[in-house]
Each structure stands twice: as C-alpha cells, then as structure tokens.
Ligand binder design. Sequence first.
Ligand code: AKG
Length: 244
Amino acid sequence: MSRLREAFDGLQVSGGQVTDTFARRLVVTRNLWRRVPEAGSLVPLIGSLAAQLMAEEKVRLVDDVMLVKPARENGGDPTIWHQDAPNFPFDRRGFLTFWIALDDITLDQGPLTFLPGSHRLGPLGAVDGAGEEIPLESFLTEEDRAYVGEPVATALNAGDTTVHDGHLLHSAEANRTNRPRRAWGVRYIPASTLYTGAAHRSFDGLGLVPFEPFEHDDFPLMTARHDGLLRETGPAARQRFQPE
Ligand SMILES: O=C(O)CCC(=O)C(=O)O
C-alpha cells in the first residue's frame, strides 16, 4: 500500500493526467492503471474479486480514479447522495466499485456513507456531482424508506476496501481535518455490458460504438482466476496489462 501511495503522490506532482474537480468536494484523477505500474499490477487481482462477487466468468475494468476530498481549508465539502449507475453509459446492472483507502481514513475525514439495501431499488435518478446537495429523502418513497437500512459509515485503515453496487446510494460527509482524504476507486462491469453512448468524461471520444461492448485497450477483460486472462489469450492480452 505504501508503494501505491507513493506512486500516486509522484503522479500528482508530475501532471499530465486527466483531473476533474467537483465543486469543493472532490478532485478526481482518472485512468491511473496504465500510468502507474503499482496500480496496473493490482487491477487483475481486484478484477478477479469483482468477477467472483458478481458471479460472472468475465468482467471488464472500466474506470479507475483517485478520489481526493481536500483538507478542510481547501474545501473538503460533503459528497452528495447519489447512485453511480445512472451517470454511467452502461446498459445493465452488475456494476461494482472497489473503494480502496490510500491512507488511514477517520470518520471526521468523510469516508463513504452507504444506505444499506438501496441498490435493490433500481435506478433512482442521475445527479450532477458538482451540483446542489439533494436530501436523501427525495430519492425515496415512504415504502422505500421502510425497506432500506440507516446510513452507515466506517473508519478505514490504509488498504481497507469497501465494495459498492452501482445502484447503492452513497455519500460522504465533509472532511473536517487538515489532511486530504484519499482513496482509489476501481470499477468493473459484467463483460456482457454494452455501451449506451450516453455522455461521460471517461468514455467520450474513444470510438466506442453504442450497443456494442466496451472494446478498447483502456477497458481490459479479466476473469475470476487472477491470471486467467493472461493464460487464456496469451501474449497479446499480457501486453495490455503493461502500464505505459
Ligand atoms: O470518494 C467520494 O467521496 C465519492 C466516491 C464515489 O462516489 C464513488 O467512488 O462512487
């Protein structure tokens, strides 16, 4: 974990990557696995866990992001309640995010807060991550409210990982400390998922074809066996795991 953290630290100062800022809430740096060897070597292992959790033979890596909630003096505002799936161009369910703490994350730094059971409610609407905060109640009918649990957040040690379904409602409280809160978010979809063509920063302009799979070197397939893809498709696939 310290090697990964140091590699990400180096990346932040060297620049050249795609970074977006969501209001004073989050600084998001995308597509790390091909630039950072420590990250590139981990994505097949995490992919094998994703495949096992999804009970899928093959999954596809579709997004990996460093998620920094700035220290209080630089914003550190809460991440608003949202589901991930409605904002992504995926035609079906099954999408998972591994959220890996890069440092120890205390409760006053704003780890993720989840609404248990909410993934079973299906899509509840897309939100603008840099937009106004939306009260949790406005996503839910009274019936839904009785069905889901109470919001839950946990402090994490560096390397601890939470996994959330694309339809699980989640948010994060403000970072009330003077230390940035840093996590690595790695996202996978079932291999059968098709691209819808809906606009999204991570997929626009890559030549993806609507109603086709995500065929692109940025989005490799992986199997439930850690080295399954490499054995299955040989040197060409092995090449795809070599970071730039
Ligand atoms: O890190 C955060 O505060 C939000 C991240 C998030 O919503 C996600 O990874 O799906």
